[in-house]
Design a protein around this ligand. Structure first.
Ligand code: SF4
Length: 68
């Protein structure tokens, strides 16, 4: 299966542009899960830009907004 990096990058809301994993979703997910985090796309843009990608923050935001 071919990597869809270009297509993924076009949809990615992550504002940390120097990241070498941008658009490589399998690496992005693994990187963050290893630190008990989730990727930027789990968060609304205004929260993502704060770079707190912890699972705790994801749950907090989800419970506050009831949708993402
Ligand atoms: S969410 Fe994390 S790993 Fe994924 S592109 Fe952004 S900074 Fe990189």
């Amino acid at each position: 299966m071919e990597c869809k990096k270009d297509k993924n990058t076009a949809m990615c809301n992550c504002s940390y542009n120097p990241c070498p994993r941008k658009g490589i979703c399998c690496e992005c997910l693994q990187y963050h899960l290893n630190s008990s985090q989730v990727p930027a796309c789990f968060f609304p843009d205004d929260v993502e830009s704060g770079y707190d990608r912890s699972i705790e923050n994801f749950i907090k935001v989800y419970q506050e907004r009831k949708h993402l």
